[in-house]
Design a protein around this ligand. Structure first.
Ligand SMILES: Nc1ncnc2c1ncn2[C@@H]1O[C@H](COP(=O)(O)OP(=O)(O)OP(=O)(O)O)[C@@H](O)[C@H]1O
Ligand SMILES: [Mg+2]
Length: 417
């Protein structure tokens, strides 16, 4: 069976994750060969702030994954997080070139290129252009116009942009770590790729990735992405709040969160105490467990209020039948599902990257949704056939629409021997 080795890197604010996988084309399976997980450095709020430190962390994660897999990594698919990611709706229109009016792949590329040509703030970079539907003369809602006949082809598309500096710094860090960038994928879109089903996307669903310093969302309806956003608050804020509230060090606050944290204030007795000396002998105090949960709840309230606001912005608050799927390290907090249900007024579950083979015990948890999603994105782009074209090396056109794709040159081609 023909296989290919793909590497993905999720440069998070708290952790860098690198996964090397073997992708078997015929059965669409991903076999994990190695994973390297190291603490992050040089990152703040999902963006690179120190290129050298970030490069060292990337190199360390890659080296570990290489050791486990026995493979040498030259390039990888990389996630982009960080605030400042924006979504724009756009349209493109072109005249069909051929005399017989038959639409071909070039026309599809041209019309999406035209959709991309809308004015872009100079400091942003286009990461994805995702077509939603095409119109050929009077015929609307066409998923794949190739082979149809007409005079005027239009497309409705979504453009996802990231701050240009952020993309440049990430590129520099990768260069310094000596790893080429195959593609950039926005973090919540990658996390959605590994955890959401086609049916959920069809019905309407929001992915909520609870990272360390960011919380990112991706909303789908009728199978297509309708919104994505990265909010500048994450689960490390809970740790910081605990450190301030208990007047203790960050490391101790993090351990308190891991061992005693919960999103349900009623889960503990009001009089129950936590003895901080168990974490560090210099700590003399004992604190009320209930007070710790109150601190956690206050920050979670803020995070989920922001998520609700994002849903309100697009008129989807409480209106997504497949509910919310939580990913990221923050989804490990006990009782977070019930808390999220209450806040979002939606069905909620935790998303686990599914259908993996190989050394999956290293990657089958919600914190790995992004890094696994990057691999799946590459795999699915292969069968969907995303096309690279347009304004810069970074810009990529991603077909959210199956069908067009197989007929169009794929990004996946570069993974083929
Ligand atoms: N068991 C747990 N209980 C509570 N919080 C947890 C648990 N495990 C991880 N976390 C929290 O999850 C966060 C890390 O999540 P994740 O690894 O998804 O972040 P990241 O990808 O590095 O950051 P970002 O996506 O914001 O750049 C940290 O704040 C960590 O404290
Ligand atoms: Mg992350």
């Amino acid at each position: 069976m023909k296989t290919n080795i793909i590497t993905s890197i999720d440069l998070g604010s708290s952790t860098v994750r690198c996964v090397i996988a073997d992708v078997a084309h015929e059965d669409g399976q991903v076999r994990v060969l190695g994973a390297g997980i190291v603490p992050s450095a040089g990152m703040r709020r999902g963006a690179v702030v120190d290129i050298n430190d970030a490069a060292d962390a990337i190199a360390a994660a890659v080296e570990r994954a290489e050791q486990m897999s026995g493979e040498k990594v030259k390039s990888a698919i990389v996630s982009i997080g960080g605030a400042g990611i924006i979504v724009k709706e756009t349209q493109g229109v072109i005249a069909i070139g051929r005399a017989d009016g038959e639409v071909n792949e070039d026309d599809v590329v041209r019309v999406i290129d035209a959709a991309q040509a809308i004015s872009i703030p100079t400091n942003n970079e286009i990461i994805h252009v995702i077509p939603r539907s095409f119109r050929l003369d009077d015929q609307r809602d066409i998923k794949d116009p190739v082979g149809l006949r007409g005079v005027r082809l239009e497309v409705d598309a979504v453009i996802v942009e990231a701050p240009g500096n952020h993309v440049k710094n990430l590129t520099s860090a990768m260069e310094r770590a000596d790893i080429g960038v195959e593609d950039f994928i926005i973090e919540p879109l990658a996390a959605a790729e590994s955890t959401l089903t086609k049916k959920q996307k069809e019905l309407g669903v929001v992915l909520v990735n609870l990272g360390a310093s960011t919380t990112s969302i991706a909303v789908y309806e009728e199978g297509e992405l309708i919104h994505t956003s990265v909010l500048p608050v994450g689960s490390d804020f809970i740790t910081h709040d605990i450190a301030i509230g208990l007047r203790t060090e960050i490391d101790i606050a993090e351990r308190v969160k891991f061992e005693f944290g919960s999103a349900d204030m009623d889960s503990v007795d009001k009089k129950s105490m936590i003895d901080l000396s168990r974490f560090d002998e210099r700590e003399k105090d004992a604190v009320y467990h209930h007070d710790v949960l109150e601190i956690i709840q206050a920050r979670l309230d803020e995070i989920f209020d922001l998520v609700v606001k994002e849903l309100e912005k697009i008129g989807k608050d409480q209106l997504l039948p497949a509910g919310a799927v939580l990913t990221g390290g923050g989804a490990h907090l006990p009782h977070i599902v019930d808390f999220a249900k209450e806040k979002l007024r939606l069905p909620v579950s935790v998303g686990q990257p599914a259908n993996l083979l190989g050394v999956v015990d290293h990657v089958d948890d919600s914190s790995y949704a992004t890094v696994v999603g990057l691999l799946l994105w590459a795999l699915h782009e292969g069968s969907r056939g995303g096309v690279h074209f347009g304004t810069g090396a970074m810009s990529s056109f991603t077909t959210g629409i199956s069908g067009i794709s197989a007929k169009i040159r794929g990004t996946f081609g570069k993974f083929l021997p």
